[in-house]
Ligand binder design. Structure first.
Ligand code: TXA
Ligand code: MG
Length: 314
């Protein structure tokens, strides 16, 4: 077997998948790799398992979870897809796009998953480990990012353990996450759509495939509480748009600004996104008491990066 066992961590292999599937089917939690960040997964139809997700993360009960599905067929058991939603699903699934759609009448997920809302957030992940797990379990897996609520999202197995500590469940280790920032969340509003969280599927690509831009949030409520101002926060102050750093600052660089570590020397925004959270974890653990971050262009993936950085700095 190519399974490697080290504490909670099970390196991806046939036996590890079978063990993870077994735990999920008996109401346990498993930390899983996705193409965006690691998720803390549980059976979305099991009330005790879902309560365990909220407890483990210290997540407020008004902040709903994303449900992961293997394909469009399963998604339509849980959510109602109009033409616009179906177009986006066909174009971007499997992949880092979450769609918020009305729940079906016989939607089987427990109310705590959607925090009592009549909509549900659905995502079909591209990561092969998640795909295998969804098929092996035949479950719809609720999975928020596998970190303590408000903390930095994990893009490696070690980040999960650092954040959840003694509450860490079994981790399926899939190495580093490719995208590095959480999925783009799009709410379907009839014939219009709204971007609730910028992510790897950029506003430009959404606009291209729909033929019109997203509408701007008319009710800036906490419908997506992950959108609360302070989030993804390290334990120390963060200063943005820093061309240079003070001696007591850990400097995160970009492009020509090298800093203590550079998100992307070539100023490649996709590379910067995939390095973002791992670099924030390093900066947080550094001896210097403050963090400074070089300017990141507000285009393409830069919008998602700046969104996370702004919340980290709040
Ligand atoms: O990339 C991702 O989306 C990762 C991986 C693990 O799939 N998951 C993730 O989950 O980022 P989480 O819990 O950290 O973020 C879920 C976001 C929250 O901001 C939540 O408020 C929003 O989704 N959300 C969930 N259900 C919603 C709903 N019905 N309406 C609006 N927002 C919703
Ligand atoms: Mg999160």
């Amino acid at each position: 077997s190519n399974d490697h066992i080290d504490g909670n961590v099970r390196r991806y292999g046939k036996q590890a998948i079978a063990m993870a599937a077994d735990r999920l089917q008996s109401g346990g939690l498993v930390a899983v790799p996705t193409e965006t960040v690691y998720g803390l997964a549980a059976d979305s139809t099991n009330a005790a398992a879902i309560a365990d997700i909220y407890r483990t993360k210290g997540r407020p009960d008004f902040n709903p979870l994303i449900v992961h599905v293997p394909d469009m067929g399963s998604a339509s058991e849980l959510g109602i897809f109009n033409d616009l939603a179906a177009t986006l699903a066909h174009k971007f699934w499997p992949g880092p796009l979450t769609l918020v759609v009305p729940k079906t009448a016989d939607c089987r997920v427990v109310p705590a998953v959607t925090a009592g809302l009549d909509t549900i957030a659905l995502r079909c992940p591209a990561h092969p480990v998640m795909q295998e797990l969804l098929k092996a379990t035949q479950l719809f897996l609720a999975a928020p990012s596998a970190n303590k609520s408000g903390g930095i999202s994990p893009t490696r197995a070690a980040h999960v353990e650092n954040s959840l500590g003694s509450a860490t469940p079994m981790i399926l280790d899939g190495g580093s996450c490719e995208s590095g920032v959480e999925s783009t969340i799009v709410a379907i509003r009839g014939d219009n759509y709204e971007i609730l969280r910028p992510g790897p599927v950029t506003a430009e690509r959404l606009c291209e495939s729909i033929g019109r831009p997203a509408i701007i949030n008319q009710s800036p409520s906490i419908e997506a509480p992950g959108q609360l101002a302070s989030h993804y926060a390290p334990s120390k102050p963060v200063r943005l748009n820093a061309e240079t750093a003070d001696h007591d600052e850990y400097h995160i660089g970009f492009g020509p600004i090298s800093g203590h570590s550079c998100l992307s020397k070539n100023a490649d925004l996709a590379e910067a996104a995939s390095n973002l959270f791992a670099t924030m974890h390093v900066a947080d653990a550094d001896d210097r008491p403050r963090i400074a971050v070089a300017p990141i262009p507000e285009t393409g993936m830069g919008i998602a990066i700046n969104d996370r950085l702004t919340r980290a700095a709040t």
